[in-house]
Write a protein that binds this ligand. Sequence first.
Ligand code: ATP
Ligand code: MG
Length: 291
Amino acid sequence: MFEAVESPYLVPFDGSFRVATSLTGPTQEPDKKRAEKALRKRIKRMRSLQDMLYAQNEWSVLLVFQAMDAAGKDGTIKAVMSGINPAGCQVHSFKKPSENELDHDFLWRTSIRLPERGRIGIFNRSYYEEVLVVRVHPEILAAQRLPFQPTNGTIWDERLESIADHELHLARNGMVVLKFWLNVSRDEQKERFLARIKEPEKNWKFHAADVAERGHWDEYMNAYEEALNSTSRSWAPWYAIPADHKPYMRAAVADIIDRSLESLGLAYPTVSEQERSELAAWGKTLERGES
Ligand code: ATP
Ligand code: MG
């Protein structure tokens, strides 16, 4: 099974992660140019690793992105995937579930969109919303038509257990599950919302509902803390990435993806002696103009 690569942002597996002490920005004054250069370097490496992943067709990779509004999920996904062959990569965004999706268990809608072997799948939000937004807004749970009334205390433990089991199952079947929480500070979120109001080209990004959601900040932080502690495992690690400085955040995410792919020891499929001589025979046939 895949094993998590080290990083200062790796959420430990023993439940000791605390949102209150996790970083929302780089510890030193960040250098934008340097971060962008690091990102480009990582993207270049990821491109050739993805090519091998695709050719080898054994491992699959799932990248999960979760964050508060305006933390930069979309931009990070765009930046990280910018150099990657789109044929081997798919992005799925999960919003409020449809009626059809609500007719199924909560893992159904993401399960049918999991990446195939050789592919990279990106989830922009995911089944984790079921222990985040649904936890913060119990009225959403009430609308999920569960035939029995879930007891408020146990349902979140049960869901987190289901998620952890699900990810272990995926890992046992050759999936690399990497999860990124883009940890933006409350102050920085405010600045970004204000920019969306003041700058005309950003107006379209402003949603009044996002401001209301901000009022639930502490409840979200509690829900994140519990979700990350309950489900960060070596085979499906969480990384809590400081998100207040965008170039730094993007480089940090790319670094972890690149090193994780590297750790798989990917290689192009090898050709047997017999296949090699068959290839040579086909070459001769073509050269002789017989086909
Ligand atoms: P952006 O705002 O950058 O376009 P977004 O991911 O915030 O991206 P929105 O359409 O604004 O997209 O929001 C999607 C909303 O759907 C979020 O508020 C999220 O919490 C909600 N959502 C996602 N999954 C579920 C779920 N399972 N149940 C209820 N709400 C969900
Ligand atoms: Mg939104």
